[in-house]
Design a protein around this ligand. Structure first.
Ligand code: PLP
Length: 450
């Protein structure tokens, strides 16, 4: 046994004993242990402890936008840590990195989304947006506006509030914790299913909830500009604008969950930029630091900020790591790299290459359908007959294809949490080059063939 194998076995045994992994089958994990133990990364590649090199075809959790092993980000963290790794932003204290990053984010967000409430990640961001929205309406004397409307197949996180906003039943129902009474609100799901329905029908289903409940009970509608974990669903043209118009009509906040889309993933800085929509809140995390450190934020319009400026008392919300100086220093450097190296433009251009490859696969394989992408956020369906919308009844097609890709050292992601659902997602880091996109498509081609 090599030294590496011995180390792998040791860590695997310890992992099995001491860690419960997120979004993983605990029974299976306790039996077989970790599939991979990563050692290092460079660009779109990750090396594991057993010496194999994988293409990270999903940027881990759609977050490693600038790719792995970027020394400048490590240096930004180091420099800040040497000065003061952590200082709080409670008690009216501040730090330069959080201020500079807030200013920079104000410059790159659409419209007048010019103020931020910092968090440590995506669920915290959405949770905070729900609270800020409800609290805003409280300040305005509309104390009954508590309801949050979200979409089926949306993924918004796993806190007790955001799990209810998440429109994927397993997450939504887990542990029976998502008690709407906790925050005195009852998040709803629209009945809309994605497919070839036109946008008025989608809008109608949000509208029907508003009309049923009464606009005076609704605080906000939350949508991902492009749904990610629900299976990569690009909305029909006009959909987000229709949601914006509906929110304006009924005096309801529009929250854009940009946790995957934000910071260049879709070939524009934010997902809403594809449709020129200015939401009231943008929730961010993931690509904000390319995942190098934990950071998130809720970015809001000036009118909302100014409303909070009339709140004369201690705002009872905030996290120990809100405005964490090291995280913000990395966030600032990450944005600098995205812009300096033209990575958002690269995501748009390489996204087109990726879609070309997916079109080729769709032509080649009768069971590949609905290939779709925006920038480097892509997905496709595996179905017995995509044209007829006939799913595979029994075959775990997505998991099988992803496993075949894994054997060929490409990491991609299956989505199959409802019966008949077989979706594969591809989302490489934004630095990916044309020959690497071709390599990804070649491996997916081989995996589909297998
Ligand atoms: N919102 C979206 C769109 C996400 O994809 C995720 C995570 O995948 C979240 C929210 C939750 O973020 P986190 O896992 O950082 O809490």
């Amino acid at each position: 046994m090599s030294q590496n194998e011995a180390l792998f076995n040791e860590l695997s045994a310890l992992d099995k004993k001491h860690i419960i992994h997120p979004s993983t089958n605990p029974k299976l994990h306790s039996e077989i242990g970790p599939k991979l133990i990563f050692e290092s990364g460079e660009g779109i590649y990750l090396k594991d402890m057993k010496g194999k090199t994988y293409i990270d075809g999903v940027s881990m959790l759609w977050n490693v936008n600038v790719g792995h092993g970027v020394k400048e980000l490590a240096e930004a963290a180091y420099e800040q840590m040497e000065k003061a790794a952590y200082t709080t932003t409670f008690y009216g204290y501040s730090n330069e990195a959080s201020v500079r990053l807030a200013e920079k984010i104000a410059q790159v967000t659409p419209g007048d989304l010019n103020a931020i409430f910092y968090t440590s990640g995506g669920s915290e961001s959405n949770d905070t947006a729900f609270k800020l929205s409800r609290s805003y309406w409280d300040i305005k004397g509309k104390k009954d506006k508590k309801l949050i409307i979200s979409l089926r197949r949306g993924y918004h996180g796993v806190t007790i509030a955001t799990q209810r906003a998440t429109g994927i039943d397993a997450y939504r129902e887990f542990s029976g914790s998502g008690d709407p009474n906790i925050v005195n609100a009852k998040p709803h799901l629209t009945e809309c299913e994605l497919g070839d329905k036109s946008h008025p029908e989608y809008e109608g289903s949000i509208r029907s909830i508003i009309e049923r409940e009464g606009a005076d009970k609704v605080a906000a509608v939350i949508v991902e500009p492009i749904q990610g974990a629900g299976g990569v669903h690009v909305p029909p043209e006009g959909y987000l604008k229709a949601v914006r118009a509906l929110c304006d009509e009924y005096n309801i906040h529009m929250i854009a969950d940009e946790i995957i889309c934000g910071f260049g993933r879709t070939g524009k800085m934010f997902g809403v930029d594809h449709w020129d929509v200015v939401p009231d809140f943008i929730c961010a995390a993931k690509g904000m630091t390319s995942g190098y450190v934990q950071l998130g934020g809720v970015i809001m319009r000036e009118e909302i900020r100014d409303t909070f400026f009339t709140y004369d008392g201690m705002l009872p919300h905030g996290f120990t790591y809100s405005g964490h100086p090291t995280a913000c220093a990395v966030g600032l450097k990450n944005l600098e790299i995205l812009e300096r190296d033209g990575l958002i433009e690269n995501a748009a251009a390489m996204g087109e290459e990726l879609q070309k490859g997916l079109n080729y696969l769709e032509d080649k394989y009768s069971f590949v359908g609905n290939t779709r992408s925006r920038g480097l956020l892509a997905g496709f369906d595996l179905m017995e007959d995509p044209a007829a919308g006939k799913p595979f009844e029994t075959i775990k097609a997505a998991a099988t294809v992803v496993e075949e890709a894994y054997k060929r050292e490409l990491l991609i992601r299956p989505f199959d949490f409802t019966p008949g659902m077989n979706i594969v997602a591809i989302a490489p880091p934004l630095i990916v080059q044309k020959d690497e996109v071709e390599k990804i498509i070649t491996i997916v081609d081989d995996a589909l063939g297998a």
